[in-house]
Design a protein around this ligand. Structure first.
Ligand code: SF4
Length: 365
């Protein structure tokens, strides 16, 4: 089963091109706060634009070096036509970089269509009104592209599919620490959700949960939690921790807390329900309560028995660096052992982290 998750992630471009050949239209999503339910309800397939660990893409982006690796890497891939299958991109703002770099994409006309949606940072009634209007506007645009109107019923159905994905993920995170699923495999379970059709991923998760491998006997390794944004860097850090006697038993990626978050409750006005489901609900810096996020991390560590936390920030990502600065106050107050590492997603930059990961593990063993 893990093989299927891994293939789903690694062969994402191939699979997306196959979908296109079968007559499906796809929308590239950038990134954690994109309302994928809406894209799905219009009969389009949302596919996350993912980073790729190839330093050449950063160079090809022609962006200023002090912009985050995520935006440079994606831009390089876009110029290299890696995402040539998408019929449009939907950008949902989380920071200044992801708001303004797409202006460059738009200027260079790299995608057939670009939508930028500003997600309010509050969930006041005014904000919910505004965001509901935005969702309705997008729904019309998506319907023009796909030829399928977003009705209340099909939006409800899409929300229910994504809610199922969230609840299956929650179940997975509950049983994972006591199972034999390796940290690396867990990354593929999660990352494939970002790029596969939700129906397929739900089915895979259902099968997977019914046949989890048993936990290894007498595992003496130090249990860790990992918080990160970048999937490739996460895999590198997991391998590094394992090399020095650690075992990542739970994780929280920027994108995946959305799956772990509460299901979206649908009421009479389903567009409004979707708006409510996104405002202050996705743990994005500045758009979510830091106190809640700190509490969520602590709770996950308690439940999984993690003895230490590794918090990975992508170099030049101010949003997460600032969030960490506040989170740290909570971690220190709770005497929660943690290591913050900041690096570029390049082999050279990652390599330098070896000593820090090793000494962190030694300090908590
Ligand atoms: S949140 Fe950080 S990594 Fe993501 S686009 Fe903004 S600056 Fe880049």
């Amino acid at each position: 089963m893990i093989k299927k998750f891994k293939e789903g992630f690694e062969k994402r471009h191939e699979l997306a091109r196959r979908l296109k050949k079968d007559g499906k239209k796809t929308i590239g999503c950038f990134y954690g706060t994109v309302p994928k339910e809406l894209v799905h309800a219009a009969g389009l397939v949302p596919i996350q634009l993912m980073e790729d660990q190839d330093p050449l893409y950063d160079a090809k982006s022609d962006l200023l070096p002090f912009l985050c690796g995520m935006s440079k890497n994606l831009t390089g891939q876009i110029y290299d036509k890696v995402f040539d299958y998408v019929d449009g991109v939907l950008i949902s703002t989380v920071c200044d970089t992801n708001r303004h770099v797409p202006d460059i994409w738009e200027r260079n006309k790299v995608f057939p269509k670009t939508w930028i949606v500003r997600v309010p940072a509050t969930n006041s009634e005014v904000a919910v009104d505004y965001y509901t209007r935005e969702l309705r506007r997008l729904a019309e645009d998506f319907a023009n592209l796909s030829g399928r109107k977003v009705t209340e019923d099909n939006l409800r159905e899409s929300i229910s599919l994504y809610n199922e994905n969230r609840s299956l993920f929650r179940k997975f995170y509950e049983v994972r620490p006591a199972s034999g699923v390796s940290a690396e495999d867990a990354v593929y379970v999660f990352s494939s959700a970002l790029v596969l059709p939700v129906e397929d991923h739900n089915q895979m998760l259902r099968e997977f949960l019914a046949s989890l491998p048993p936990a290894p006997r007498a595992d003496q390794r130090t249990k860790l939690m990992l918080c990160a944004l970048n999937i490739n860097m996460s895999l590198n850090v997991i391998r590094m921790a394992e090399k020095f006697g650690g075992r990542v038993v739970t994780d929280d990626f920027t994108h995946n807390a959305r799956y772990g978050s509460a299901e979206i409750e649908t009421d009479n006005d389903v567009f409004r329900a979707l708006a409510r489901g996104y405002l202050r609900k996705i743990p994005v810096p500045g758009m979510y309560s830091i106190q809640q996020r700190a509490g969520y991390i602590r709770e996950l560590m308690d439940k999984s028995g993690a003895e230490g936390l590794i918090y990975v920030i992508q170099l030049y990502c101010d949003a997460y660096a600032m969030e960490y600065a506040v989170l740290k106050e909570y971690f220190d107050k709770w005497k929660l052992p943690h290591l913050r590492i900041e690096a570029e997603d390049t082999p050279g930059s990652i390599e330098q982290l070896n000593v820090r990961v090793q000494s962190f593990l030694e300090s908590i063993m």
